[in-house]
Ligand binder design. Structure first.
Ligand code: AMP
Length: 398
């Protein structure tokens, strides 16, 4: 079965074409466009290229297209990208303005261009479907909750991949298989020994998720991807009273406050240097105090959330790092895990320094009770796998 993964960023369009089978995935080709304003034109050009390069006889030869949709009102999971999905994206376009309209356009374009090709949406919120109400709800009036204001969680594809891969690395096939089947069969019952993972996705956008026996128990991100850790240029956690206070004192509108919190805050806002963790680290090393503060605030927030999930799960067997910062910044990883010997975390400095550049590896010492690992992210592969399971396994079940 061939599966095309369409990744519609706020200003980019990237794609990968996979050949999927029960035995695994092989990528046939990939490509993309930057500074995109017209997704329909990009999709047309991509389909032309796929035919011209001989990957497809025509667009109709695609078996399925997968979309990494972000946030749908009243809808999540891995589902057919039909009118329900379009309505759900439309319903929350104010909460995810950079992503929801782009995905709606992309889905409609495939609907019109090749209506016979199966379209599947994997929501970034899907991994958090089973988080308990106590952890998913904010303490707000019911009228606010009726609007759908609650913790949803994001980076679901990435954290789910970590759930599966850490289970494989720990030789826990029972948990790995539970994770693989999660969106097809639900969590079911689980009677095995505990496997508790603290998953740190640290990149341009960052989150920490607690994963208990393959299921997310909570995450640092909330109602929108603006919450949790300080992001590249987005605020992360902020006291709710700060917004009305800043609006009054600075004489700015709510829209202006939103723009400042989503474009001029986070690591960029704190450092005043850059939204790129490498530039911030270099500036900090050169003595820039604000850059040092941004770096320290990121580390503090990671430890804050990781500590929260350690407590909630009653411990951990694995701490995992992934994405651009998590895969490459050994100094940050060491700082996150510093002084945790009493909790059973001991980093091996040489092993830690050696794992970078998209490599997988164990960075904890042999005598560390908790295993600390680095696992490269591959969101497109995750989507291809889920789309394949949705179409192949889902059809077999129905
Ligand atoms: P991602 O969103 O996963 O592509 O990650 C992007 C982030 O990873 C950027 O903010 C970079 O600062 C960071 N990054 C990439 N390579 C490195 C590196 N070698 N050291 C530290 N941070 C890095």
């Amino acid at each position: 079965m061939n599966v095309l993964v369409a990744n519609l960023g706020s200003t980019s369009f990237k794609y990968r074409l996979f050949d999927m089978s029960e035995a695994g995935a092989s990528m046939l080709t990939s490509g993309g466009f930057e500074r995109v304003s017209d997704y329909t034109a990009c999709i047309e050009k991509m389909l032309e290229d796929l035919v011209a390069e001989g990957h497809l006889g025509s667009a109709d030869e695609l078996d399925a297209v997968g979309f990494k949709t972000v946030l749908g009102k009243d809808l999540t999971g891995c589902v057919d990208a039909d009118d329900r999905v379009l309505d759900a994206l439309e319903g929350f376009k104010e909460v995810a303005p950079a992503h929801n309209p782009a995905y709606a356009e992309g889905i409609r374009c495939f609907q019109q261009r090749c209506p016979g090709v199966r379209r599947v949406a994997l929501f970034e919120t899907a991994f958090y479907q089973w988080v308990e109400a106590a952890a998913a709800n904010y303490a707000i009036p019911s009228a606010w909750r009726d609007l759908g204001i609650r913790r949803y969680g994001f980076h679901g594809a990435s954290h789910k991949f970590i759930a599966e891969r850490t289970a494989e690395l720990m030789e826990r096939e029972d948990v790995a298989e539970r994770v693989r089947q999660l969106y097809v069969q639900g969590p079911g019952d689980f009677n095995g020994a505990p496997l508790r993972v603290i998953s740190c996705h640290l990149g341009g956008s960052s989150s920490v998720t607690g994963i208990h026996n393959g299921l997310a128990i909570g995450t640092s991100m909330g109602f929108s991807p603006q919450s949790g850790l300080p992001q590249n240029n987005r605020v992360g956690d902020l006291d709710a009273m700060a917004i009305p206070y800043a609006c009054k004192m600075l004489g700015i509108t709510v829209d202006e406050a939103e723009a400042q919190l989503t474009k001029q805050s986070g690591l960029l806002g704190l450092s005043g240097v850059s939204n790129d963790a490498r530039d911030i680290r270099d500036a900090a090393l050169a003595g820039n105090a604000d850059a040092q503060l941004a770096n320290d605030a990121l580390i503090d927030s990671i430890r804050h959330w990781a500590g929260s999930f350690f407590f909630k799960m009653g411990g951990a067997e694995v701490i995992s790092f992934t994405a651009g910062i998590g895969e490459n910044d050994a100094t940050l990883r060491a700082a996150v895990c510093a002084n945790l010997q009493e909790l059973g975390v001991i980093i091996d400095p040489a092993a830690n320094a050696a794992v970078r550049g998209g490599k997988e590896g164990v960075i904890s010492a042999a005598n560390s009770r908790i295993k600390v690992v680095v696992i490269p992210a591959n969101e497109e592969l995750v989507i291809a796998r889920e789309v394949f399971r949705h179409v192949a396994v889902g059809d077999a079940l129905s």
